[in-house]
Design a protein around this ligand. Structure first.
Ligand code: PEP
Length: 256
């Protein structure tokens, strides 16, 4: 069975002190739900403080991006070895990075391979825009994103990879994808693409999250879908009560 996995993407929110205080309050609330893999992804500057607060709690820490080079003249970037020992996960290909920082499928692939080589677990975000959905391009876009991101990633490497289906039109908009859409894309497009690349047995082990305006009110619908293994959460991850409820609902719905 695939272990449910919920990651909170804090985006550019919370100072170092606010992040540490939030993590301090969050840890006891999430302590009971050990069947769910629980991850928070604060801004880079707060990673060390949050990692320190969460050590020995079972709650894991992720970064929000990583560069592919080991070092050098890459002002503003963070290399994989700088994250080693600090985080277990790293979000790659988030739609805000794709949109605001001209992220490409090729770079997502480079970041993914560099993360894996450094022992970091990538959470690779894919998803179509509103215009692409309206033009019936969802399958082509998502398939191409998944294939490109994983180019050169071995079947063994896939044990460390998480895919997040995040339709761009649902992120931070309050407009969530219906469970039917999440199921169509995750169960009908992403997992079959993984099966085509790696075979059904490997595809069955890869965890796939839904992301896009997930909140306590709609969480159970997504978690009830057998192909959906968790959520990548933005806004609701910034609220103690909401994030706690999301984890609780995942634990209940998945029976862990
Ligand atoms: C995200 O940032 O990955 C996200 C899904 O945001 P939100 O939950 O706010 O839509």
């Amino acid at each position: 069975m695939r272990q449910p996995i919920i990651a909170g993407n804090w985006k550019m929110n919370k100072t170092i002190l606010e992040s540490a205080a939030f993590a301090t309050e969050l840890a006891p609330r999430l302590a009971a739900f050990t069947g769910v893999e629980r991850i928070v992804c604060p801004p880079f500057v707060a990673l060390a403080a949050v990692a320190d607060v969460l050590k020995d709690t079972g709650i894991k820490v992720g970064a929000q991006n990583v560069h592919w080079e080991k070092n050098g003249a890459y002002t503003s970037e963070i290399a994989p070895n700088m994250l080693q020992g600090l985080v277990e996960y790293v979000i790659i290909g988030h739609s805000e990075v794709r949109a605001n920082l001209a992220e490409t499928n090729e770079r997502v692939n480079k970041r993914t391979k560099a993360a894996l080589e450094s022992g970091l677990k990538p959470i690779i975000a894919v998803g179509e825009s509103d215009a692409q959905r309206s033009a019936s391009e969802t399958e082509a876009v998502v398939t191409a994103q998944v294939r490109a991101a994983l180019d050169g990633v071995t079947a063994a490497g896939m044990a460390q990879v998480v895919i997040a289906y995040e339709p761009i039109w649902a992120i931070g908009t309050g407009k969530s994808a219906s469970a039917q859409i999440a199921n169509e894309v995750i169960g009908g497009i992403i997992r079959p693409t993984l099966a085509a690349l790696y075979g059904g047995a490997v595809a069955d082990t890869v965890r796939i999250q839904y992301g896009g305006s997930v909140k306590p009110e709609n969480m159970a619908e997504y978690m009830a879908l057998p192909d959906v293994d968790g959520a990548l959460v933005g806004g609701a991850a910034l609220k103690l009560d909401d994030f706690t409820q999301l984890i609780e609902i995942a634990a209940q719905t998945k029976g862990v």
